[in-house]
Design a protein around this ligand. Sequence first.
Ligand SMILES: C[S@@+](CC[C@H](N)C(=O)[O-])C[C@H]1O[C@@H](n2cnc3c(N)ncnc32)[C@H](O)[C@@H]1O
Length: 355
Amino acid sequence: MAEQNQNQDMQKPHKRRVRYKGTHPRTFEEKYKEREPEKYAETIEKVISKGSTPAGMHLSICVDEILEFLQIQPGQRGLDATLGYGGHSRRMLEKLEGSGHLYGLDVDPIEIVKTETRIREKGYGADIFTVRKMNFADVLELSREVGKFDFILADLGVSSMQIDNPERGFTYKAEGPLDLRLDPEKGVSAAERLLEVTKEELAGMFRENSDEPYAEEIAAAVFKRNRKKDFIKTTIQMKETIEDALSFLPEQERKEAAAKSCRRCFQALRIDVNSEFEVLDRFLGSLPDILAPGGRAAILTFHSGEDRLVKHYFKEGKKDGLYQEISGDVIRPSAEECQRNPRARSTKMRWAVRA
Ligand SMILES: C[S@@+](CC[C@H](N)C(=O)[O-])C[C@H]1O[C@@H](n2cnc3c(N)ncnc32)[C@H](O)[C@@H]1O
């Protein structure tokens, strides 16, 4: 018997552990433990305690503030319009105490499958939790099918899993295709977008979506490459083009300015390829129609364009008598939360209660 086991072992292909230089993994590939948070809890704890987000995981923001506001009661019907890693959904499901229903939406076909599996494994079946691959712009259709919601959360933007995976093209810090689509099965990638727009449109995109001060210079650098048929296909090529465009700056300012411009231009491209303002506009327009009387909605935004839109819709809705109450000032994550999770720093939360 022992010999048989030994033979079987010899036949198994030996799976090599991912090797990395030094004591800590640096690349997404090397961070194989962080990409399996359920399996390597100790590694996850260590990474979080150092103020980082483990690759393959997302730390939910303002959880206590959201739960305090939503006042979820067993038996209610809720909507998590941006499921992501499912951290907020898990906590909302706990509050339902086994009765009621939560709907979770996301457009990301890759992460949604993993998140649904993770939540189902925690014992939440189809009786209490439904996952739909759907754009939140279409919530009115969902509500016509399942009814109005007592509570709604939208935690806008991208998840850490999306940012950290170089294959998705969201980060200028690692080589990958310049994609930036939340749903890579739909629409065109950012690299393709760079071939569709005019120089003026590109500069306008950088300026209007992200307040980029060097919008004209960066658009000109992209078009200089296009003219030479040296098209930008990857994240690092985009980063290098931005750095080239800023080569006129004094050397001591250049590095920091380029990093900031990279952040803003990648955000502007992401907003563009995912039509983020248009879908948010449709979602906010539908919100009063999908909230039950007294229903509560909380929205987390990550840049000023989004926050302006939410503020506008909530203010107008209050004036028109659609909302009985809206948040006065924005709510920000606590200093401790920002310390623990630096990705929370730019978060603003607003809420509204349906009349
Ligand atoms: C910040 S993450 C949400 C994290 C989540 N609250 C959690 O606790 O794990 C944002 C998610 O919203 C999704 N998303 C962004 N825009 C969307 C849209 N228009 N419709 C549906 N999902 C969207 C993204 O794909 C991403 O997974």
